[in-house]
Structure formats: structure tokens, C-alpha cells
Design a protein around this ligand. Sequence first.
Ligand code: AMP
Length: 282
Amino acid sequence: MEVIRNHHQLQAYIERNKEMGKRIGFAPTMGALHQGHISLYQAARENNDLVVSSIFVNPTQFNNAEDLEKYPRTIEKDLQKLEASQLVDMVYLPSIEDIYPEKTLSKKYNFGGIENEMEGASRPGHFDGVGTVVEELFKQIKPDNAYFGEKDFQQLSIIRKLVQILNLPIKIHGVPIYREESGLAMSSRNERLNPELKDKAKIIYQVLQRIKEWAPSLSVQEIAHKVKEIFEQEKDMELEYITIADEENLQPTNAFSANKKYRAFIVVVVGGIRLIDNIALH
Ligand code: AMP
């Protein structure tokens, strides 16, 4: 596996491989790699000649300085995992200047409304930060295919919109959520949970499964009420939001309609750690 640490070296690598007609599959990450990331590489391996990843903790997508500071950084371990997986041909580790040559600021995007709800409402500026870094990485890496996890389902929708807005010839693939045996969605943030909190956090997926059973016979309001009640009884856990939204446009709904597909989206803060998850209700 090649490790590339600046965009000049990257440019030479990409040009060389494009000239040879190699199809590039790309999965960006912020590191602290786990099996969820590996599942993106497995998907990429299936229809590309080269599998490329990147590790870059993108400051502009954090709206909270403490969250950015505490984000786990485990680069040596990550490189070992990537090597051991034998799925990745090249990993790009850009510096801040490789991505933000001038100021470390986001561009402003209009994603047609999907940026305003849920993560967009809870984390102002988050999706502008995501758009900015992914646009830059796409321009530097020029992938044919790019892979994003359904764990961050709203982000996946934003990226689909981004390539449409920018008219980039990149096919976006969503990869199913990879879970621990307990059902807890794998996340780099799980590293910050102690064993007791990690055990408690499995209730998040149990609740999502209950929602799937309840919908659509219970109303959206009844479901939200039940979920709030469950978390009110849990110590060390705070429900930030539970939202049921149309899977197509991510607009929250107040009532189920028969011909639409819905997803439940949840954020729970467990012992100060913000965990995100979602489930299809169809
Ligand atoms: P991150 O490093 O957390 O920014 O995630 C990088 C990519 O991995 C994103 O596309 C995430 O949606 C995806 N990802 C993270 N956790 C999981 C998971 N448990 N299952 C599937 N994809 C995931």
C-alpha cells in the first residue's frame, strides 16, 4: 500500500494511474478506522482497479472546538489496519495546507434544503464543511466511484447532491451500516465510551428496531413520544433528536403516507459523546 502525504505527490500518482486507464474507487475518512470503514473498502474493491482512501480530520465540519480537539487520532494504528486489510492500494494523508491552501474556511452551498434539517440544524455549518472537504478531495483524486456509509445517511444525500451541483462524473455508492454484535453502529466516537457506557449505548439500535415495528401503525407523534419516554428513564443518556423523514428529500414528516419511504434518524448523547444512527422503516 502506498502512503501519500501531499497533493503534489498525489497528483503524480493519480495522473499515472489515469493514463493507464485504472478505475479509481475512493472512500474518505477521518481515521480511527474500524470495521465500518473496512466495509467501504470491500464495496470499493468490487468494481474498481484501485482502491484509495484518505484520512483527514476536517476542522471546518466541526462546529464545536472541543469535539474537534477530542476526535480520536490513531494514525499509526490506522496504517497498520489498512495494510492488514489488503483492500487499499493507496491512502492519502493530506496536511491542512493540501486541502485549505489559504484560509481554513468552508464554501457555502445550497443543497436544496436537505442541509437544514437534523444534523444541519443541530450542527450549523457542518454540511458546508463536509461539502468543502469532499469537493476538494474529489478534485484531487478524481475517482470514478466514491463510497459513503449509510450511518451518516444525511451526509450521503448531501454528497449525491454535491456531485449533481458540480456536475462531477463520479458515481456515489451508499454502504449499509456496519454494527457491533450488540447492534451499536460502529463509530470512531465509540472509542471514547467506557465499557459501561458502550453497553448502555446498545439501546439506541434497540429503540430504532422498535420504531420500525411501530411504524406505520403508530403515528409519528406517538412514536416520538415513546422514544422520549424511554430515554428520559436512562441515566447518562440524552436524546438530542428523533426524527422521521422522507428518505428521498430528508424532510421530516408528521404523518406517514403510503407511497413514500421513510427513515428514522436519532442522535443520543451518551456520557457526553454524541452518537448518531438511523434505520429504514420500509
Ligand atoms: P468518518 O471517518 O466517521 O468520517 O467516516 C468515514 C466514512 O465511513 C463515512 O462515509 C461514514 O458514513 C462511513 N462509516 C462510518 N461508520 C460506519 C459504519 N458503522 N458503517 C458503515 N459506514 C460507516
